[in-house]
Design a protein around this ligand. Structure first.
Ligand SMILES: Nc1ncnc2c1ncn2[C@@H]1O[C@H](COP(=O)(O)OP(=O)(O)OP(=O)(O)O)[C@@H](O)[C@H]1O
Ligand SMILES: [Mg+2]
Length: 436
């Protein structure tokens, strides 16, 4: 059973063409053959007519176009005479007959003149059949030649007709996983419309479901924030109270856990906020990427100085992009936050921002340990923290960054620095620059 529609169509149509060609060819051959024999019979009759009217006399051979096709005029006289074959001929009645001459079958027309003398006009049956066969073959030849042409045409028409389907599949394959926009119905054959409408319905339902899930995460994070804030407040109050040292120790652990939970909720909220489908980019305002980065660095500078990390620009040029300032700030903050967290005391973090044609480039490079090669492909997955479960990271930062970059229509990659006597991670973000 052939599963491909194209293969099935091609094979069945080819079978129909071959069958039609075969049946048509056989009939055409038979008819052409019979017709040729009949034509040759009437030539013999016409010659006999000529001879009878005295137009041709005396036994002779009449040559045709080629030597084999000769017609013999045989004088038989008034009574059986001569060779046994001619005697036998004499005994045949007037009209069209089959006989033999020199041991070979012939077709013969016998006639009797008014003076009683008889003659025969004859032709070799073998030669006649050969001529008729030739003519019949030439009738069939065009049909045989047309079949491969028809098969080519069929293949072409099938490929063309199924083209929109193949294009549709390519379009679906090339889509980003979160692209839920409806497939266009125009330029498609009407037979595909119900199919495309169903896919569009499915896309819509999936979009709604993802939206619902996103809202659920956002709502849950939001709802959890209130009790957590209340708990933090209580812990804060407890801090003011006179406590034995062990209780104070426990309290510190408790506050640490709360801080971490708060951070997790913030990251979850941010993830849900930036998880929405890509928006119409033209509606966003133009934001200077270097300006946003400057603000983020100013915020984190104190933290960097505290850890003796040299955080600063290596290159900062005016680079306008389209987006929301908060979104761009969240992206840069998460990247620099990682660099700060993983760079050891005395290290450095270099930020590079410039515009390269239609691309805005942001690069953040640190002197930390980098990421293990087997993990580098997974660091953009939510909750992935690699081999370092310690610290206050929850593994959502790079997922948030990735979603923001996706929404902005850009790309992001992280590579380990491979210079001698140096380690570190280099994150390269490319965004479409706003045309100015
Ligand atoms: N600059 C870096 N140097 C070394 N490893 C890094 C760097 N940035 C990210 N990673 C690795 O990638 C993992 C994922 O980073 P991500 O920012 O998503 O999570 P996180 O920093 O652990 O948590 P969060 O950002 O949500 O607080 C990190 O846990 C770390 O293992
Ligand atoms: Mg992080």
């Amino acid at each position: 059973m052939i599963r491909s529609l194209r293969g099935r169509l091609f094979i069945s149509l080819t079978a129909v063409v071959l069958l039609t060609g075969l049946v048509g060819g056989v009939f055409a051959h038979r008819w052409a053959f019979d017709e040729a024999i009949e034509t040759q019979d009437s030539v013999l009759i016409q010659i006999a007519g000529l001879v009878q009217n005295g137009g041709l006399t005396g036994a002779r051979d009449l040559h045709g176009v080629d030597e084999d096709s000769e017609v013999w005029l045989i004088e038989l006289g008034r009574a059986p005479q001569g060779a046994p074959e001619e005697r036998l001929l004499w005994r045949l009645q007037d009209g069209m007959r089959d006989a033999t001459r020199k041991g070979k079958p012939i077709r013969v027309v016998l006639r009797t003149r008014s003076d009683g003398s008889r003659f025969a006009v004859a032709q070799s049956t073998g030669v006649r059949d050969e001529i008729a066969g030739d003519m019949a073959f030439r009738t069939v030849l065009p049909i045989a030649a047309l079949i491969p042409c028809l098969m080519l045409v069929i293949a072409f028409v099938i490929a063309r007709s199924l083209g929109p389907m193949v294009r549709l599949a390519d379009e679906l394959d090339a889509r980003r996983a979160d692209d839920m926009t409806a497939l266009p119905l125009r330029d498609l054959p009407s037979e595909l419309n119900p199919f495309v409408s169903s896919i569009n319905g499915l896309l819509r339902r999936m979009h709604d479901m993802m939206e619902q899930q996103r809202r659920f995460i956002a709502d849950a994070a939001h709802e959890l924030r209130t009790p957590l804030t209340a708990l933090s407040l209580q812990a804060e109050n407890l801090d003011q109270v006179e406590l034995p040292p062990t209780a104070r120790e426990r309290l510190a652990v408790l506050r640490q856990g709360m801080l971490r939970s708060k951070h997790l909720l913030e990251q979850l909220l941010a993830l849900a906020r930036h998880d929405a489908a890509p928006l119409d980019r033209t509606q966003w305002e133009i934001v200077e990427l270097d300006g946003v980065a400057r603000g983020v660095i100013a915020d984190l500078l104190q933290q960097a100085i505290g850890r003796d990390v040299d955080l600063g620009f290596e290159r900062a040029e005016p680079t306008p992009v389209r987006g929301e300032p908060a979104m761009l700030a969240a992206m840069i903050r998460n990247l620099i936050d990682n660099a700060l967290r993983f760079t050891s005391v005395g290290g450095r973090i270099d930020v590079v921002i410039y515009q390269d044609g239609a691309t805005a480039v942001l690069q953040i490079e640190d002197t930390g340990p980098g990421v293990a090669p087997e993990e580098i492909g997974r660091i953009f997955e939510p909750f992935f923290r690699g081999q370092r479960p310690e610290g206050d990271g929850v593994g959502l930062g790079l997922s948030i960054v990735k979603r923001i970059v996706d929404r902005l229509g850009g790309s992001i990659e992280a590579v380990n620095v491979t210079e001698p006597r140096r380690t570190g991670l280099r994150v390269l973000v490319k965004l479409p620059a706003a045309a100015v």
